[in-house]
Design a protein around this ligand. Structure first.
Ligand SMILES: [Zn+2]
Length: 290
C-alpha cells in the first residue's frame, strides 16, 4: 500500500493559493477571423476525401485554403495529424497548443507546430460543436490532452495485437502517400487533435476519461491552413468513443474531409506565418555550429 505522508499544519493554506495561468496568451497575435470569413464566402471546393471507418486517409491544403472535417453517417471521432507539406519534421505540437490555448480547441484557436518552427499551422474557423462548452464532468470536445489510440498501449495492458488503432491507421496512410517504408512513416506520426472526441480528466483521480461524443451527422470542424499542409485523418476504431477503443466491437462511421480555395485576392493583407524568431544559440556564445 502506498504510504501517504502526514500533512503539514499549513496544508490547507498551501492548497488555497490561487493558481496563475502558465502562459497568458493575451500577447498572442490574433487571427483575423473576419478576413478568413470573407475569404471563405466565395471559396470553391477543390477536393474531397472520404475516410473509411477504422482507417485513415491523407489530404493536402495549401496556405490560404480551408479544410473541413465532417461527421456524415453517424457519431464518429477523428484523430488528426498535420505536417508542413514540404518538411515532415515540422508537425503539430499538441502539448504546446494545449499550453497556449487549453485542453480543448475551438474557433479562433490554433494548431501550433513543433520546435524550432513554433508557428500557427492551422486556425479553427468554424466549430459547430462550439455550443458544448465544458460539461459537469469537466468534459469538452476536440481535445489536445489525449495522444492517439495505439497498439503498443493495448499490448502493454492486455497483450493484444490490434492493427487498426489510429496510430497504425495514420502510419499506413502516411506511408502510402509519401512512399516511406512503414517504420519510417511511423516516426512522423504524432499526438493528435482529437476531432469531435469528448474527454477530460476525472476530478478525483486525475485520470483521462472519454464519453459519448455529442457529434451528429452534419457537424463539422473547419480550419484555415496557415502554411502548406499535409494532413492525415483517422476514423478512430472507438467510433463515438462512448465505451471503448482499440477493437472492432463498436459501431464506426466514415468521416469526410473537404478542401476549399478562396478566389485570388480574397486574403488581402494576410501573410503565411514566418518561422519562430528565437535565434537558436541556446546560450552558447560561439556561432561556429550555426
Ligand atoms: Zn483512435
Amino acid at each position: 500500500m502506498t504510504h501517504i505522508p502526514t500533512a503539514p499544519d499549513d496544508a490547507d493554506d498551501r492548497r488555497a493559493i490561487t493558481p496563475v495561468i502558465c502562459y497568458p496568451n493575451d500577447t498572442l497575435q490574433q487571427p483575423d477571423l473576419s478576413l478568413y470569413a470573407s475569404a471563405r464566402t466565395d471559396a470553391v471546393k477543390i477536393d474531397e476525401i472520404r475516410v473509411n471507418p477504422r482507417d485513415a486517409a491523407c489530404f493536402t491544403a495549401k496556405a490560404g485554403q480551408f479544410f473541413r472535417i465532417s461527421s456524415i453517417e453517424g457519431p464518429q471521432v477523428g484523430d488528426l495529424n498535420i505536417w508542413n507539406a514540404h518538411d515532415l519534421n515540422e508537425r503539430f505540437y499538441s502539448g504546446k497548443s494545449r499550453a497556449l490555448h487549453g485542453t480543448h480547441l475551438t474557433t479562433g484557436e490554433r494548431m501550433w507546430s513543433s520546435f524550432p518552427a513554433l508557428r500557427p499551422m492551422a486556425t479553427i474557423t468554424t466549430d459547430t460543436l462550439g455550443w458544448y462548452g465544458m460539461d459537469a464532468y469537466g468534459g469538452s470536445v476536440h481535445d489536445v490532452i489525449g495522444t492517439r489510440c495505439d497498439p503498443y498501449t493495448g499490448n502493454l495492458l492486455s497483450g493484444s495485437q490490434y492493427h487498426h488503432c489510429c496510430h497504425s491507421n495514420l502510419t499506413r496512410a502516411l506511408s502510402d502517400r509519401t512512399g516511406l517504408p512503414l517504420h519510417e512513416a511511423e516516426r512522423h506520426v504524432h499526438d493528435v487533435l482529437n476531432v469531435f472526441m469528448c474527454t477530460g480528466f476525472t476530478r478525483d483521480t486525475g485520470q483521462y476519461f472519454m464519453k459519448a461524443s455529442p457529434v451528429r451527422p452534419g457537424d463539422y470542424l473547419e480550419f484555415f491552413a496557415e502554411i502548406d499542409l499535409l494532413g492525415a485523418l483517422s476514423a478512430c476504431p472507438g467510433g463515438d468513443c462512448s465505451t471503448q477503443h482499440s477493437s472492432d466491437s463498436v459501431p464506426c462511421y466514415p468521416l469526410l474531409v473537404e478542401v476549399f480555395a478562396p478566389p485570388p485576392g480574397a486574403l488581402q493583407g494576410w501573410v503565411s506565418p514566418a518561422l519562430n524568431g528565437y535565434d537558436r544559440s541556446h546560450g552558447r556564445a560561439t556561432t561556429k555550429d550555426a
